[in-house]
Design a protein around this ligand. Structure first.
Ligand code: NAP
Length: 255
């Protein structure tokens, strides 16, 4: 297991699903955490879970669509813990399911604003801090397999996730000769509230079985499987990895 003893990590969308599990994984490896989420109850539960296992975490209510709130999130990490070593820009929403020709423009805006602009707002604030401090840092953005291929009825989501990969590669180039690395993970479908609570993909439904079958492993992934990949990308073992879009997708794209 990687060791992040006394390092400092921010995880956005850490009140649920992949974000919560990744925050716990960072804490298990010794990091101190800033838990950022719109969802106050979920965020505080994550903090409690980390603290009950002897870890250190601070919740800061953050709407990633607001650039100032993203800056305050980074400021909170620095004022509480002194620096920022790792950031996982994970907060996201699925948005409505509809073909692009019928896609509601307000829904489009909402998805782009959280899943693309939200990542930009956080990345911008995190890079400023990491470039300024000694020893740099590592950013991981949460894209998706749908950042590499399209998905019928998920046009806004897939567009935003493709955009996250462009942003990741650009940030990697801009910081290549510094101590700052920037990567993305591209999870397949993962069992989290985003999927399990959706009307379309409820457990036991035919649509869920069809989605499972799109993965060579014929199952959905777990949040812990994504968390492990994020921790690896942040570790010294990935010291020559930047600008990468790492699939964690059970063979979804192998077909
Ligand atoms: P989740 O369980 O719904 O968790 C997402 C968290 O982000 C929630 O706590 C949510 O709060 C929060 N959030 C939403 N909008 C926010 C905002 N504007 N500012 C701050 N926090 C906000 O979803 P998940 O499945 O773990 O997804 C996490 C990330 O993984 C997303 O970016 C998603 O696109 C990506 N991903 C998921 C899958 C999958 O199959 N689950 C696959 C590939 C990629 P509320 O509950 O209050 O909205």
């Amino acid at each position: 297991m990687e060791s992040f003893t006394d390092d400092v990590a921010i995880v956005t969308g850490a009140g649920s699903g992949i974000g919560r599990q990744t925050a716990i994984a960072f804490a298990d490896r010794g990091a101190r955490l800033v838990i950022a989420d719109l969802d106050v109850e979920g965020g505080e539960e994550t903090v409690e879970e980390i603290e009950s296992d002897g870890g250190e975490a601070l919740f800061i209510e953050t709407d990633v669509t607001d650039a100032e709130e993203a800056e305050k999130m980074v400021e909170a990490a620095v004022s509480e813990f002194g620096r920022l070593d790792y950031a996982f820009n994970n907060a996201g929403i699925s948005g409505e399911s509809a073909p692009l020709a019928d896609y509601d423009p307000d829904q489009w805006e909402a998805v782009i604003s959280v899943n693309l602009t939200g990542v930009f707002n956080c990345l911008r604030a995190e890079l400023a801090q990491m470039q300024e401090q000694e020893d740099g840092g590592v950013v991981v953005n949460n894209s998706s397999v749908l950042g590499k291929v399209g998905f019928e009825t998920g046009g806004a989501y897939s567009s935003a996730k493709h955009g996250v990969l462009g942003m990741t590669k650009t940030a990697a180039l801009e910081n290549g000769e510094t101590d700052v690395r920037v990567n993305a993970v591209c999870p397949g479908f993962i069992s989290t509230p985003m999927i399990d609570d959706s009307d379309d993909l409820a457990e036991g439904s035919e649509a869920r079985t069809e989605i499972e079958q799109r993965h060579a492993m014929n199952r959905l992934g777990t949040p812990a499987e994504v968390a492990n990949a994020v921790c690896w990308l942040c570790s010294e073992n990935a010291s020559f990895v930047t600008g990468e879009a790492l699939g964690v997708e059970g063979g979804y794209l192998s077909r």
